[in-house]
Write a protein that binds this ligand. Structure first.
Ligand code: ASP
Length: 409
């Protein structure tokens, strides 16, 4: 019997995961069979993420060095750099405007009694995150001993070292051609291993979603329904309307063509809530299905996975306005601008791992004097919303690689 295509298998895996997870929600997770199944699902899901993380660092390292080396040969490097960064900033800015506009219009949180969250807020120790310290920490993380960065999976530091190495390789010309060949073959062989991991994706996605859906406290979704609706609605709007529209305007590519090529990465992002873990699959989709040249994808996608987070930026900005509504503070226009800029900084600084945006959100709240403890209110629904914002983050990276390719070619 011929199996359906991998795309279909992954979608079926996702649907199966959600359904079984909902079943556990209804029947409860107590009992030997239920807890045994959840344990197994958790184990399979984590192993799938482990496999992706195993390949992540060699892949990022090789693809950036090789990408830069090849770009330099086309003397396009400067254009690619600039276009990529401008695209990241613009799309994150648009995402935040969408999220903030909807929050200002619908005012989620105004009707809620803040006292009902007292318990959660008192038991929550928020970490102070003053802006200068956050900024300094971000900068120090750029330049790290490469062996430490590789060993500790510090994606951004690896990206930076790989950029240096790529530039040095090209400037050295023929002198280092063997190193370049070695890394080119390294890239090819890591992509081969990504193909193997992809075969397991339907099972990994199903297992992750079973565990996620079964263990969430869905009742909190009801309490915070308005906020959830505003965030989910605007994230979906950004993913379904804004990004495809930008893509269409610059490249003429239709949304369905784009989603068709991108869906394996989108579903994986949804299930893992981690742009970094999804990165190997994002690279594969960009180069194999969306036909982005490896030298462009090799640069834009890893950088995007750590810096370009449309979904996170939207969420952080909307959440700050929600907290303000909740405690009855009216933010002035100047304060809203501060929220805008710190949310951008906080999402750029957030690593591509689950709930990272929640941690850096302290910065946004503190920037306008809102209580960081309010995060305790959002914590119970964070993992659910993280699925959507990570999907939008990853979609933004793939759209960026297509737009940059079009602009520089
Ligand atoms: N989970 C997100 C990502 O990996 C980051 C976040 O918003 O928490 O892209």
């Amino acid at each position: 019997m011929k199996l359906p295509s991998l795309n279909i298998q992954i979608l079926l895996g996702a649907a199966f995961g959600v359904l079984v997870g909902l079943l556990f929600q209804n029947t409860g997770t107590a009992g030997t069979v239920a807890s045994g199944s959840l344990y197994t699902a958790g184990l399979i899901g984590t192993l799938f993420i482990d496999l992706l993380k195993m390949i992540l660092i060699p892949l990022v390292f090789c693809s950036i060095v090789v990408g830069i080396a090849n770009l330099r040969q086309h003397s396009q490097m400067h254009k690619v750099w600039v276009t990529t960064l401008i695209f990241f900033i613009l799309t994150m800015g648009i995402a935040m405007i969408v999220g903030m506009a909807a929050s200002l219009y619908f005012k989620p949180g105004t009707g809620l009694e803040v006292t009902m969250f007292d318990g959660a807020m008192q038991n929550f120790q928020s970490k102070q995150m003053p802006l200068p310290e956050f900024f300094a920490h971000f900068l120090h993380n750029l330049f790290v001993n490469p062996f430490q960065a590789l060993a500790e999976s510090k994606v951004l530091s690896v990206v930076i070292f790989a950029l240096f190495l790529g530039i040095a390789l090209v400037m050295g010309g023929d002198r280092y051609k063997n190193i370049l060949v070695l890394l080119e073959e390294g890239l090819e062989i890591t992509m081969r291993m990504v193909n193997w991991i992809m075969v397991l994706a339907p099972y990994g996605v199903a297992a992750l979603l079973i565990k996620l859906v079964a263990t969430q406290d869905i009742s909190m979704l009801g309490t915070l329904a308005e906020f959830v609706a505003v965030v989910a609605g605007t994230l979906i709007f950004h993913g379904i309307v804004v990004l495809p529209l930008i893509l269409f305007l610059f490249t003429g590519k239709t949304p369905f063509w784009f989603w068709g090529g991108a869906r394996q990465a989108l579903v994986t992002a949804f299930a893992t809530s981690s742009s970094s873990a999804t990165l190997p699959i994002t690279m594969r989709c960009a180069t194999k299905h969306l036909h982005v040249k490896p030298e462009i994808a090799g640069f834009v996608i890893p950088l995007g996975a750590t810096l370009n987070m449309d979904g996170t930026a939207l969420y952080e900005a909307a959440a700050a306005l929600f907290v303000a509504n909740l405690i009855g503070v009216e933010l002035s226009f100047a304060q809203q601008m501060i929220v805008f800029f710190t949310a951008m900084l906080a999402s750029v600084g957030a690593p591509g791992i689950p709930s990272a945006g929640m941690v850096t959100m302290v910065l946004v709240l503190q920037s306008v004097g809102l209580p960081a403890e309010a995060i305790a209110i959002l914590l119970p629904i964070d993992r659910m919303l993280d699925t959507l914002r990570t999907t939008v983050n990853v979609e933004g990276d793939m759209a960026a690689s297509l737009v940059v390719q079009k602009i520089v070619s």
